[in-house]
Design a binder for this molecule. Structure first.
Ligand SMILES: *Cc1c(COP(=O)(O)O)cnc(C)c1O
Length: 442
C-alpha cells in the first residue's frame, strides 16, 4: 500500500537509524508502536523515531529536522519544550512524583478549566481522553437511568468499547462492533448516525427518545480530517437532547483550548451538559478531564454513586504541565496569531493545489485544518471516505522528504502551534506547491 514511487525517493542513508529502531520495535511491540496512529498505516512505509522537539521543530534519531504539524496529535499548542512548562514539570518532580492524595495543584487546574470552559461547573481529572469519554458516558447513563448512546460516524472518542462501533450496512442507526473483542452486547446500546444530519438525528429521537441517555459528538471534527458542524446540526443537537431528556456530551479532547481558550463551545456558542477534555489540558503529559453542570457531576463517587477512580489521576507532574500550559494560553492568548498563521497556511495550500490542478478542498477551524483530496466539501464520513488517499500519501511522503511532518493520514487534522513562524508556513507552502505539481504530472 502507499506510494512506492514517492517513499522510494527518501534517501535511505538519512533514515538508517529509524529503520533499524523500527525493525527492533516490531519484535517488541505489536506493529512496533504503542498507538496505531503513529505507524504510518494510512500512507504506507515506516515511521520515524524522534529524539527531541524544540518549538515548531522535531529532530529524528538520524539528525533530520522537521517542521511539525502533528504536535503530538494536539497537545503541543505552545510548541515543543516550552521553557515555562519544562520548568513547572521539573520543579514538581523535585517535590515528589505521586502521592495518591489531594494536592493544591489539582484545585488550581480544576479552577483554570472551570473558569475557561463556559458549561463546566465541576470537573474530574483523569489520565487520558479515553478515560474522560468513558467516564462521561457512564455518568450520563447513571444520571438518566437510560442505556442508549448516539455517536456519529467519523467522530473518534478514544478506544472506549461501546464507542468502537461502525454504522451497520442496512439500518443507518444499528451499531456493529468495528474491532474484534468488542462484543455485540456492548455495542447494542450505541446508535451511529451521520454527522451534520439534523433530520437523521430527529428521526432517531422520534423512534428511540425515551431510551437515549446521551449524544456524544466532536464539536469540530478532527478525526475524519477537519470537519466543521453546521449551525442547524448544532441547534438540533441541543434542542433534541433537551426535548427528550438526554444529555449532550461535547467531546472537546481535541478542540478544548485549541480552537479557542474556552474550546469549541465558546467559539460556536454551544452549551453542552458534559464536556470531555484531554490533550492540551495536560500540556504534553497524560491528563484528561470531564466536567459539566454541578448537579450532574455530583452523581460521581464519592459525592454520588457513579463509580470512577484513578491511582494516578491528578498526578503532580501532569497537573503542573497542564497548569503551566493553560496559564500561558490564558495570559498570552496566542489565538489571534494562530488564526493568522493558520489562515496563511490554508490559503497557501489551497492556492498550491489549485495551481497544480488537483481536485481538493481545504477545511479549517482555527489552528486545525485538512487539505482533502476531494473536490466536494467534506461534511460527513461518507464524503471524507471518498477522498483520494493515494494522492494523499504521495503528498505526505513528498513533504516528509522536504522536512515537513504532516499527519500520516488523510483523516487526521493538522495543527499549527504558537511556536510556528510565518517563515515556517511559507516554507511549507512552497514545498507543498512543488510536491502537488509533481503529483499532478504523474
Ligand atoms: C484524542 C481524542 C480522544 C482520545 O484521547 P486519548 O488521550 O488518546 O485517549 C477522544 N476524543 C477526541 C475528540 C480525541 O481527539
Amino acid at each position: 500500500m502507499g506510494a512506492p514511487g514517492f517513499s522510494g525517493n527518501i534517501d535511505p542513508n538519512r533514515r538508517r537509524r529509524s529503520q533499524a529502531a523500527f525493525a527492533r520495535a516490531k519484535q517488541l511491540m505489536p506493529g512496533g508502536v504503542n498507538s496505531p496512529a503513529r505507524a504510518f498505516g494510512g500512507v504506507g512505509g515506516e515511521p520515524i523515531f524522534f529524539e527531541r522537539g524544540d518549538g515548531a521543530y522535531l529532530f529524528d534519531i538520524d539528525g533530520n529536522r522537521y517542521i511539525d504539524y502533528i504536535g503530538s496529535w494536539g497537545p503541543m499548542i505552545l510548541g515543543h519544550n516550552h521553557p515555562h512548562v519544562l520548568q513547572a514539570v521539573q520543579s514538581a518532580a523535585a517535590r515528589g512524583t505521586s502521592f495518591g492524595a489531594p494536592t493544591l495543584a489539582e484545585n488550581e487546574l480544576a479552577e483554570l478549566i472551570i473558569e475557561a470552559v463556559p458549561s463546566v461547573e465541576k470537573v474530574r481529572l483523569v489520565n487520558s481522553g479515553t478515560e474522560a469519554t468513558m467516564s462521561a458516558l457512564r455518568l450520563a447513563r447513571g444520571f438518566t437511568s437510560r442505556d442508549v448512546v448516539i455517536k456519529f460516524a467519523g467522530n473518534y472518542h478514544g478506544h472506549v468499547d461501546s464507542l468502537l462501533v461502525a454504522a451497520g450496512s442496512s439500518a443507518a442507526t444499528l451499531g456493529v462492533p468495528n474491532s474484534p473483542g468488542v462484543t455485540s452486547g456492548t455495542t447494542k446500546d450505541t446508535l451511529v448516525l451521520s454527522y451534520n444530519d439534523p433530520a437523521g438525528l430527529e428521526a432517531t429521537f422520534a423512534e428511540h427518545g425515551p431510551r437515549i441517555a446521551a449524544v456524544i459528538f466532536e464539536p469540530v471534527v478532527g478525526n475524519m480530517g477537519c470537519v466543521a458542524p453546521t449551525a442547524d446540526f448544532l441547534s438540533a443537537l441541543r434542542d433534541l437532547t433537551v426535548k427528550h431528556g438526554a444529555l449532550l456530551i461535547c467531546d472537546e479532547v481535541m478542540t478544548g483550548f485549541r480552537v479557542a481558550y474556552g474550546g469549541a463551545q465558546s467559539r460556536l456558542g454551544i452549551t453542552p451538559d458534559l464536556t470531555t477534555l484531554g490533550k492540551i489540558v495536560g500540556g504534553g503529559l497524560p491528563v484528561g478531564a470531564y466536567g459539566g453542570r454541578a448537579k450532574i457531576m455530583d452523581h460521581v463517587l464519592p459525592a454520588g454513586k457513579v463509580f470512577q477512580a484513578g491511582t494516578l489521576s491528578g498526578n503532580p507532574l501532569a497537573t503542573a504541565a497542564g497548569i503551566a500550559t493553560l496559564k500561558l494560553l490564558r495570559d498570552e492568548s496566542p489565538y489571534a496569531k494562530l488564526e493568522q498563521l493558520s489562515a496563511r497556511l490554508a490559503a497557501g495550500l489551497d492556492r498550491a493545489a489549485t495551481v497544480a490542478g488537483i481536485p481538493h478542498t481545504v477545511a479549517r477551524v482555527g489552528s486545525m485544518m485538512t487539505l482533502f483530496f476531494n473536490p466536494e466539501a467534506v461534511t460527513n464520513w461518507e464524503v471524507a471516505n471518498a477522498c483520494d488517499v493515494e494522492q494523499f500519501s504521495k503528498y505526505f511522503w513528498g513533504l516528509l522528504v522536504q522536512g515537513i511532518y504532516m499527519p500520516c493520514s488523510q483523516f487526521e487534522a493538522l495543527f499549527v502551534s504558537a511556536a510556528h513562524r510565518a517563515a515556517d508556513i511559507d516554507a511549507t507552502v512552497s514545498a507543498a506547491a512543488e510536491v502537488l505539481a509533481k503529483i499532478a504530472r504523474i
